[in-house]
Design a protein around this ligand. Structure first.
Ligand code: GTP
Ligand code: MG
Length: 306
């Protein structure tokens, strides 16, 4: 089961894997019997991993049913089935927005979640695939935001559209799309500002960016929400607000390497019904991975890492 690809996901999830995997191991060591205590402890373990109460209850009820029908003879088979159940919680994307050509991609999210870093990593990956990229710095709010994106543009060797600080972010997005069209770029990646998610100003600003971009862009426009996995349930509440104000087509979940509660990915995908498209597992340019539901679920429960 340990393909190199799989191992890379598992490595990024080390902390979650160790914690959830270890707790499940303790459960398994109790022996093959599936008594009441087993189910209660399984529930506690999953809730502790931030999978969420509703998802946990449904998953455990389902596993109990299967066990009662003798489809799951022992605790070890429950853990196998658990990985499959968890994988089934993730909505399957109809398309991968990042695979469209040409396409305009808006990247949004709360401050500090990893938007600019993810845009940089994506620019490098898409360029490596042989497609041309142009970056737009529609974060005109934070000091040095455009300089930060400039550094990533340099690393990935791609052009960037930027304006002075305080300029209208929608105007930057407009110019980026126009420049992409003029130069025949395959992918326009537009970075936006973060601020506290409760900021009504930010939501209005992003709504305008999305509207102006959709009007100007001939290629389809897709919006990705960048979420920081270490913010747990709080991040989920923030994502819900973005989802209410804007059309969100996919999630990039960052900093999975920095949390033992990777189960938040399950809670988010399930509750928002938005597919996770990429996961961030480190700060380096290559630390952005494609998301695979079963591989992720298996890594989460500590399977297949021998
Ligand atoms: N460990 C880890 N760190 C990450 C990951 N993605 C981003 N970071 C770090 O998170 C910090 C914030 O990243 P940025 O890309 O500046 O975040 P942002 O959303 O653009 O921030 P604002 O523009 O201020 O809203 C940086 O120190 C990044 O290196 C990841 O997947 N793992
Ligand atoms: Mg940024």
């Amino acid at each position: 089961m340990s393909t190199p690809w799989y191992r890379r996901i598992a490595e990024g999830l080390t902390r979650s894997r160790e914690r959830l995997g270890e707790e499940l191991n303790v459960l398994l060591r109790r022996g093959p019997n599936l008594d009441e205590e087993f189910w209660t402890e399984l529930e506690d373990t999953l809730i502790g991993a931030d999978i969420g109460v509703t998802a946990t209850t449904e998953i455990v009820d389902h596993l109990r049913d299967q066990a009662a029908r003798k489809a799951l003879p022992d605790a070890a088979s429950v853990v196998d089935a658990l990985a499959e159940q968890l994988a089934g919680e993730f909505p399957t994307p109809d398309e991968d927005p990042l695979a469209l050509t040409p396409v305009t991609i808006l990247v949004v999210g709360v401050n500090g979640t990893g938007k600019t870093t993810s845009v940089g990593k994506l620019a490098k990956q898409i360029t490596d695939e042989g497609r041309s990229v142009i970056l737009g710095s529609a974060d005109t709010f934070r000091a040095a935001a455009a300089e930060q994106l400039d550094i990533w543009a340099d690393r990935a060797q791609v052009p960037i559209v930027r304006k002075e600080r305080g300029a209208d972010p929608a105007a930057v997005a407009f110019d980026t799309v126009a420049e992409a069209e003029a130069t025949g770029a395959d992918v326009a990646l537009i970075d936006t500002a973060g601020r506290l998610h409760t900021s009504a100003d930010l939501m209005r600003e992003l709504e305008k960016v999305q509207r102006v971009t959709a009007n100007r862009s001939k290629p389809p426009v897709r919006t990705l929400l960048v979420m920081d996995a270490t913010t747990g349930q709080n991040g989920l509440a923030q994502a819900r607000e973005f989802h209410t104000s804007l059309t969100i087509d996919g999630i990039v979940m960052t900093k999975l390497d920095g949390t033992a509660k990777g189960g938040i990915a399950v809670a988010v995908a399930r509750e928002l019904g938005i597919p996770i498209l990429r996961i961030g597992v480190g700060e380096g340019i290559d630390d952005l991975r494609p998301f695979d539901a079963l591989g992720f679920a298996r890594a989460l429960v500590g399977m297949g890492d021998a």
